[in-house]
Design a protein around this ligand. Structure first.
Ligand code: C2E
Ligand code: CA
Ligand code: CA
Ligand code: CA
Length: 279
């Protein structure tokens, strides 16, 4: 079960036609995925580099397709965006994550940040902030521990609306995280304009960190920049000890990646939390 995160279904790429048919079938079955309870959440720990403690978790969606097996979100999230299904799927993810967070606290686990990915379409719907509030009330989850991950593309779309949503939810204690930092149409003005609590350095800058001095310079600069704005930095895709060492030297706050753990199903993540408490 621990392998779930990595064993993703790969598309056949033989012919374009085949792929088109497949996409069509995928779209059809995606419509029923929620009802058929084929979607499930996985949890990837985020480690504090200074204290070596578990500080947060990113919730990553999976689709257990009856025929295709586990389908990667990078395959079906774009499809869900196109069809508008992302709104109901995204709400389901948010509610399940908060429900799970409350359950962990009830079971006596120490509180950790729970980070949930929110897509553009979901974020830009008219009543997104109200939906989040509803879910927080329904699940009794403490807003201080909810972290919403959004990407730069959202900030470009309707920045006034985005600002309003971030400010409204921040007022309740909800945290915001700027995902995939550096990969999109990054504008440094976003850091000034939007009160993010976290910046996530994309794994493309972490992959060659050990050998690529330019990447080192970039990562180090992002960390310095973020600190200037009082934002915490999370490095994604940390796979080896040497990457961790460099990130620690750069005073990166948190790491996430296979070095710590792959995304885990809930039972395995609870085991992970329990083993971390004993350390
Ligand atoms: P992301 O938010 O950038 O998530 C990080 C991705 O990196 C995840 O892929 C994770 O499994 C993978 N990863 C983690 N550690 C490592 C590592 O050490 N090495 C490598 N090579 N990869 C690592 P995943 O789970 O396949 O998710 C892909 C994308 O799908 C996510 O990218 C996110 O944009 C999107 N996604 C996932 N869950 C949701 C969701 O609930 N809602 C929305 N809207 N998007 C989601
Ligand atoms: Ca993310
Ligand atoms: Ca990311
Ligand atoms: Ca990404």
């Amino acid at each position: 079960a621990k392998q779930m995160g990595r064993n993703n279904y790969q598309f056949y790429t033989n012919t374009l036609n085949k792929e088109k048919t497949l996409l069509f079938e995928l779209e059809n079955s995606l419509y029923n995925s929620l009802e058929n309870k084929e979607l499930f959440l996985t949890y990837q720990p985020q480690l504090n580099l200074k204290t070596n403690t578990l500080e947060g978790v990113e919730v990553l969606l999976r689709w257990q397709h009856p025929v295709l097996g586990v389908v990667s979100p990078s395959k079906f999230i774009p499809l869900a965006e196109e069809t508008g299904l992302i709104i109901s799927i995204g709400e389901w993810v948010l509610e399940m994550a908060c429900e799970e967070g409350t359950r962990w606290l009830d079971l006596g686990y120490p509180p950790i940040m729970i980070a949930v990915n929110v897509s553009g379409k979901q974020f830009q719907q008219d009543n997104f902030a109200d939906k989040v509030k509803e879910i927080l009330i329904k699940t009794q989850f403490n807003p201080e521990y909810l972290e919403i991950e959004i990407t730069e593309s959202i900030l470009m779309q309707d920045s006034e609306k985005t600002e309003t949503i971030i400010k409204e939810l921040s007022g309740l204690g909800v945290k915001f995280s700027l995902d995939d930092f550096g990969t999109g149409y990054s504008s440094l003005s976003y850091l000034k304009k939007f009160p993010f609590n976290f910046i996530k350095i994309d794994k493309s800058f972490v992959t060659d960190l050990v050998t690529n001095f330019q990447d080192q310079a970039l990562v180090s600069a992002i960390i310095t920049l973020a600190k200037g704005y009082n934002m915490k930095v999370v490095a994604e895709g940390v796979e080896v000890e040497t990457q961790k060492k460099i990130l620690k030297n750069f005073r990166c706050d948190l790491i996430q990646g296979w070095l710590v753990s792959e995304p885990l199903i809930r039972e395995d993540f609870m085991d992970f939390m329990a083993s971390y408490q004993q350390k």
